[in-house]
Design a binder for this molecule. Structure first.
Ligand SMILES: Cc1ncc(COP(=O)(O)O)c(C=O)c1O
Length: 513
């Protein structure tokens, strides 16, 4: 060891030298990064402390320079160290800033989009370390299953029929061609909609935000308490918190939102509730018909609230389910939102809200002050696509593919995990995702890292919850797994889970010997 690094680092290097030796080549950088992270987070190494150069580190630990720099890269990505020309590599993290961060990230106080950041840094880190790994961490539809030829026809026809009138400033109501086809499509999905009930948004994301603005207007409260499914959709959690609303979690079981848990959240004062009736993200569960009724019963006893239904996978979902809008007792309290991103194409940037006049007027006003309207040309293209007879067979094909992939993956994971290992996979009925609840001592971050090392990137579960700290689930996009590979991918994930569980037990034993 050269005299350039501080004494904390020297002690750490000595301790580490014996441990690193026992690990396989591909794992060494992780062992080093984890040990050093522990030194820094515990405060034993302080902000500004100097670390050995990559060359010194590799010589002292008898590892390659690539391994040493990979370890430093991981730490730099986690914001724990920085390297500057002239002053070398130093600790960048201090305990005080960590405490401040921990306080500000409680949902009551935070406006920081920590979930999206966590998702991004997690993927970036793993992609950098394992550039060959296939990315199954997103919740996006498989582009090869989007109805490309239908869309090309739809856009060609829309452009062919473009009029000067369509180019003018406009308003939030749907163009009449779109309203017509939507009414009939929604009806066949058992969702009672009139053309006058609709507001067109530029995405479900936009309408979900406008819906909450409408609740603020109605209740005359700028900061709302919003009941959200847990686990649930991280992006909208972040968005709502950034708008300074607070979130309260509602549990989800195999049939969707649990009525008792919903009742508790509403009794605690929630002003609005956001629910996903079908293809829930991340679990993939859908409401049963009886659950729809039970939820309606709970909602009916809280007449002051608003329910936002996020039908995000509509189009590629079977069978029809209906909506709380069908219940005359509560229809005035419901905003039903349908995204076209997952079934038709994310790039359409169109979604529709269906709601009765009281809330519709507020939504119209919100859209008017947001961006006025969503492109008439895109609306015409969507109307054409939805009227194309070739669309439904393509949507059916996507639905069947996703269902097969989810099932094959689930079976593959379960078949490779020992019977005594309590993992749970939600019985998904729609969407692209498989949500795996891990055994108690297998950390999701470790499972994701081991899965990445074996070639697959999965999302860790923490961002799907209201509060930080959950490390017990991972989500995998089965819809992106190529046909014929579900079994192999499932086995890789199962091995990662088993290895992570075993390594946790090894650590436990080492500490307790
Ligand atoms: C549950 C859920 N709701 C809404 C959306 C967003 O839909 P859009 O693309 O229409 O904004 C997503 C996107 O992933 C989602 O997962």
């Amino acid at each position: 060891m050269t005299g350039s690094a501080n004494s904390g680092a020297e002690e750490w290097i000595e301790l580490l030298a014996s441990t690193v030796d026992r690990h396989q080549q591909g794992q060494k950088y992780r062992v080093i990064a984890t040990a050093l992270e522990e030194e820094i987070r515990s405060g034993r190494m302080k902000r500004g402390d100097r670390l050995p150069t990559v060359r010194d580190l590799s010589e002292n630990l008898k590892i390659s320079a690539t391994t040493a720099s990979a370890a430093y890269r991981v730490l730099a990505q986690r914001g724990l160290i920085t390297t500057k020309v002239g002053s070398g590599t130093r600790v960048a993290f201090n305990q005080a800033s960590r405490r401040a961060h921990a306080q500000s990230s409680t949902p009551e106080r935070s406006t920081a989009p920590w979930r999206r950041r966590t998702q991004k840094t997690h993927i970036y880190r793993l992609q950098t370390a394992f550039p060959e790994a296939a990315n199954y961490a997103s919740g996006t539809p498989n582009p090869s299953l989007l109805p490309l030829s239908v869309l090309k026809r739809a856009w060609r026809a829309a452009i062919g029929g473009l009029t000067e009138n369509q180019l003018r400033y406009s308003g939030p109501a749907p163009v009449s061609e779109l309203a017509r086809v939507l009414v009939s499509r929604l009806e066949s999905d058992l969702i009672p909609a009139r053309a006058t009930d609709m507001v067109i948004g530029s995405s479900a994301q936009q309408l979900l935000t406008l819906a909450l603005n409408a609740v603020s207007e109605l209740s005359q409260k700028s900061r709302l308490l919003v009941a959200v499914e847990e686990p649930g959709y991280p992006t909208i959690f972040d968005t709502y918190e950034r708008l300074e609303h607070r979130l309260i979690g509602v549990q989800v079981d195999d049939e969707g939102v649990r009525p008792e848990s919903l009742e508790n959240a509403l009794a605690a004062g929630a002003d609005a509730v956001l629910v996903t009736p079908r293809a829930h993200n991340p679990t993939g569960v859908s409401w049963s018909t009886s659950r729809l009724k039970e939820i309606a019963e709970v909602v009916a006893t809280h007449p002051g609230i608003v329910v936002i239904e996020d039908d995000q996978f509509a189009g590629a979902m079977r069978p029809p389910l209906g909506s709380l809008l069908s219940d005359p007792r509560i229809e005035d309290m419901v905003i039903y939102i349908r995204s076209f991103s997952k079934a038709i194409a994310p790039d359409l940037r169109l979604a529709v809200a269906v709601t009765r006049p009281r809330l519709r007027d507020l939504l119209m006003e919100g859209k008017f002050f947001a961006d006025g309207w969503s492109s008439n040309l895109s609306q015409m293209a969507l109307a054409n696509a939805l009227s194309d007879p070739a669309l439904d067979p393509e949507l059916d094909q996507a639905f069947r593919f996703y269902a097969r992939q989810r099932q094959e993956l689930t079976e593959a994971i379960l078949s490779k995990t020992p019977a005594g290992l309590p993992i749970r996979i939600s019985p998904s009925t729609g969407g692209v995702n498989v949500w795996v609840q891990l055994p108690q001592n297998a950390a999701a971050t470790e499972v994701a890292e081991r899965a990445a090392a074996s070639g697959i990137l999965v999302a860790t579960g923490e961002p799907f919850f209201v509060r930080v700290g959950r490390d017990d689930a991972v989500r995998l996009n089965a819809g992106m797994v190529p046909a014929g590979q579900a079994e192999q991918v499932g086995h890789s994930l199962a091995s990662a889970i088993v290895e992570a569980t075993n390594s946790a037990s090894d650590l436990f034993l080492q500490h307790n010997l």
